[in-house]
Design a protein around this ligand. Structure first.
Ligand code: ATP
Length: 456
């Protein structure tokens, strides 16, 4: 194992990432024309495409590539009793401290022991209030007339929608233990401090999988899921020395957890949680049994009809946080010496082609002499199988730079020779190398390049 990195040494800063994200249409501030809504962000043309592709990639990994995992899509609004059962009404709190002088707010668990002991504000030195518990769930009302309306919560995690449907899934899909249920969806938390761009927001998306296992086999499955989730990031081509495990100590463990590990990523602002892998024991199903009065035990036909409450291993990743991680991981600035200009720099996003918002851009060298029409025709050939773009405006070098900034791994350039003999240029984003091939070979070549992609 290589030695753990202690500080971030890449080219990205949060400011650069946020600025590129806005400039290229990945992420915009929510309600920007009204001055912005903190804790919420909008995903633009490239960002929504990137988010969809990350989600599709995770979904395929968890459902399609596993025999025993199925997906669901449960409602954001759930019966309020579900949140009492889950422990969120009582325990889903963060310790909040305020500065009496500058009014800044902090999470006490994010301050250092020295800062806590000194009771001094890290920003202005003013006096800090004692910590008080602050519930993170958003509460609203359901019902037409306010007087009759009932309090209801926006879900703070997608997991509970899975637990309350576990029996429905068994009955409708004939699943047998061990099996998993995956879900991708919005979650809402009234976070005390939202900073670092989209890292911690009040509205975000999660990709969660709950794996139901027989008592006595949880330790083995916990280890297995830790391995599989690590391998997933390796497959995505993420910088491995920017990933590490963090085991939760007794003081960090959530109210439901028997064991918990986080996969952390080295962001420009330091090591931060990307995904949690948790051994939730039988806590969730036992609590829902107690609060709903419904028997949620599993009848094990392979073990003489024995009845028991399954244990749960959870893998819980943030979709929007993964998007931020991939932006940081892919970001690079490189001095390029093409066109004789030694001082030329490019900004490039080295996304894995399986998640890049645009896989291939088709560029005619000139708009005239039928090159635009030919390029559009080639794009039409490719668009059924690949996410494509077409760009005819500006000098070709500038167009390559634009695609580099969008993270497009391949560009196809159509020139006069293409008209004569049907060949085109395929340009590779990472190496900027180019190769000539017949347009009829493009689709097969691109598929092979995507499959065999390794970031250099
Ligand atoms: P923290 O203690 O940092 O607030 P957590 O440990 O409570 O986070 P989990 O409940 O384990 O987080 O959530 C699982 C995953 O969901 C996290 O690893 C993260 O990727 C994502 N996530 C959680 N909260 C947020 C948020 N406010 N904004 C964006 N993503 C989030």
């Amino acid at each position: 194992m290589s030695e753990e990195l202690t500080e971030y040494k890449g080219a990205a800063t949060m400011e650069k990432i946020a600025s590129l994200a806005k400039r290229r249409g990945f992420v915009f501030q929510s309600s920007e024309i009204y001055g912005g809504q903190s804790g919420a962000w909008d995903y633009g043309p490239l960002g929504s495409e990137l988010k969809n592709r990350i989600a599709a990639n995770w979904w395929k990994e968890m459902t399609q590539l596993n025999d025993n995992i199925v997906g669901i899509d449960s409602a954001i609004l759930m019966h309020p009793r579900a949140w009492e059962a889950s422990g969120h009404v009582e325990n889903f709190t963060d310790p909040l401290v305020d500065c009496k002088k500058c009014k800044a707010r902090f999470r006490a668990d994010h301050l250092s022991p020295e800062e806590i002991a000194s009771k001094k504000c890290p920003e202005c030195g003013g006096e800090l209030t004692p910590a008080r518990k602050f519930n993170l769930m958003f509460k609203t009302l359901i019902g037409a007339i306010e007087d009759d309306a009932n309090a209801i919560y926006l879900r703070p995690e997608t997991a509970q929608g899975i637990y309350v449907n576990y029996k429905n899934v068994i009955q409708s899909s004939r699943m047998k233990l061990p099996f998993g249920i995956a879900q991708i969806g919005k979650a809402f938390r009234n976070e005390i401090v939202t900073k670092n761009f989209i890292f911690r927001t009040c509205e975000f998306e999660q990709m969660e999988m709950q794996f139901f296992v027989k008592p006595g086999t949880d330790t083995e499955w916990f280890d297995e899921w830790k391995k599989r989730r690590w391998a997933y990031y390796e497959k995505l081509g993420v910088k491995i020395d920017h990933l590490r495990w963090h085991q939760h100590g007794q003081d960090e463990l959530a109210h439901y957890a028997k064991g918990a590990y986080d996969i952390e990523y080295l962001f420009p602002m330091g090591w931060k949680e990307l995904e949690g892998v948790h051994n939730r024991s039988d806590y969730d199903l036992s609590r829902h049994t107690l609060y709903s009065g419904k028997d949620l035990q599993y009848i094990d036909q392979d073990d003489g009809g024995k009845k028991y409450t399954p244990l749960i291993i959870e893998t819980s990743a943030g979709l929007t946080r993964t998007l931020l991680m991939l932006l940081c991981d892919a970001y690079d600035e490189e001095k390029v010496a093409d066109k004789g200009n030694e001082d030329d720099w490019r900004t490039v996003l080295r996304f894995h082609p399986s998640v890049a918002p645009i896989t291939v851009a088709v560029l005619p060298l000139m708009k005239k002499d039928g090159l635009a029409e030919l390029a559009k025709d080639i794009r039409n050939d490719l668009r059924q199988d690949f996410s494509t773009d077409y760009d005819q405006s500006g000098a070709i070098g500038r167009r390559y730079r634009r695609q580099d900034e969008a993270g497009t791994p391949f560009c196809v350039t159509v020139d006069y020779e293409s008209k004569e003999n049907g060949t085109v240029t395929l340009r590779f984003r990472d190496s900027m190398e180019q190769t000539r091939l017949n347009r009829n070979e493009l689709a097969a070549r691109l598929s092979a390049e995507i499959k065999n992609y390794r970031r250099t």
